[in-house]
Write a protein that binds this ligand. Structure first.
Ligand code: AMP
Length: 299
């Protein structure tokens, strides 16, 4: 089955203590779509400007990502720039130039409206609502978010939580949303807001799922060197949704393995700038790390 992914499609300029890389392919939808494409067909909805490099369009196509929902508008592509501290965890935003993203309204081509798996990657909650208004055949809808929307669009986000099956956020966002320091109490409070499945991401410490079958602790793949963690969260949830769409059987039975696959794709994302490393990965590389994680966590 296919996955519909709606989010930002950006040019990212990323600075780390070691080096600087301008105008990489970035955005929540780009990272998630590349990750999902290892497992299932992907329909992507986003917007880019006329300055968007043709080679990036080629890269999407090389991954079999359907671009019928990608709008190309007069103006500049969304440009985001961030800088990492020495520990590669703390990041500050240096610049956000919205360009064509400012007036973005996601429109689903007719053929996308019945896509069974829907990932509302990080964009304004009002736009995530607009996607759901157009979707008629979704079996499983997951939303991602960021601190910005908790600060400026909390009302829309709270309403969205009543319309989705799953919600993915990181630990500091969960704390901000629930005013709970304890991750398990935060999970409980988020369930009360609507979603049946809640996943809290904890960066290099992995993630925790809470759902009808209880809790699952998903490890991160142990990396010795992180080059650029930008998009790791998007790769995680994209990989998870792609895997779910490809798997037979019940969702509850597949979710844990799906998270492990997402975690592995996210580990590759961290090993290069932008999507540079992820786009060179083969299915066999993913399978090898999944096996390693299996061995590392069995007892
Ligand atoms: P993450 O590392 O998971 O926080 O995701 C980083 C990605 O989010 C980058 O590729 C950015 O282009 C994208 N991004 C940054 N700010 C925004 C925003 N306001 N809305 C949507 N996407 C954004």
């Amino acid at each position: 089955m296919s996955v519909l992914i709606v989010g930002s499609t950006a040019l990212d300029s990323i600075k780390t203590p070691k080096t600087e890389n301008p105008r990489l392919l970035g955005g929540s939808a780009s990272h998630a779509a590349v990750a999902a494409s290892f497992f299932s067909p992907v329909n992507m909805v986003g917007v880019v400007g006329e300055d968007f490099p043709k080679e990036y369009l080629k890269l999407y196509r090389k991954h079999g990502i359907d671009l019928a929902g990608l709008q190309i508008k007069p103006g500049k592509t969304f440009h985001w720039s961030g800088e990492y501290e020495l520990n590669m965890n703390n990041r500050r935003t240096l610049l956000t130039e919205l360009g064509v993203f400012e007036t973005f309204s996601p429109e689903l081509p007719k053929a996308y409206q019945r896509t069974p798996f829907v990932l509302l990657a990080n964009i304004a909650p009002a736009l995530q609502h607009h996607v759901l208004d157009q979707s008629s055949g979704a079996k499983f809808v997951v939303a991602d978010t960021m601190d910005l929307w908790l600060n400026i669009a909390l009302g829309d986000l709270i309403k969205l939580l009543k319309r989705v099956d799953g919600f993915v956020l990181n630990d500091s966002e969960a704390q901000q949303l629930t005013k709970e320091d304890n991750v398990f109490n935060a999970l409980k409070k988020i369930h009360q807001m609507g979603p049946k499945y809640v996943i809290i991401k904890q960066g290099s410490h992995g993630s925790i799922l809470s759902g009808p079958k209880g809790l699952f602790i998903c490890p991160a793949y142990p990396l010795k060197q992180v080059v650029d963690p930008t998009g790791a969260g998007d790769s995680f949830v994209g990989g998870m949704m792609g895997y779910l769409a490809s798997a037979r059987g019940s969702l509850d039975a597949n979710l844990r393995r799906a998270m492990i696959h997402g975690s592995v794709v996210a580990s590759f994302c961290c090993e290069g700038f932008g999507v540079n490393r992820t786009t060179k990965v083969k299915r066999a590389d993913i399978a090898k790390r999944v096996k390693e994680l299996e061995q590392l966590t069995r007892f």
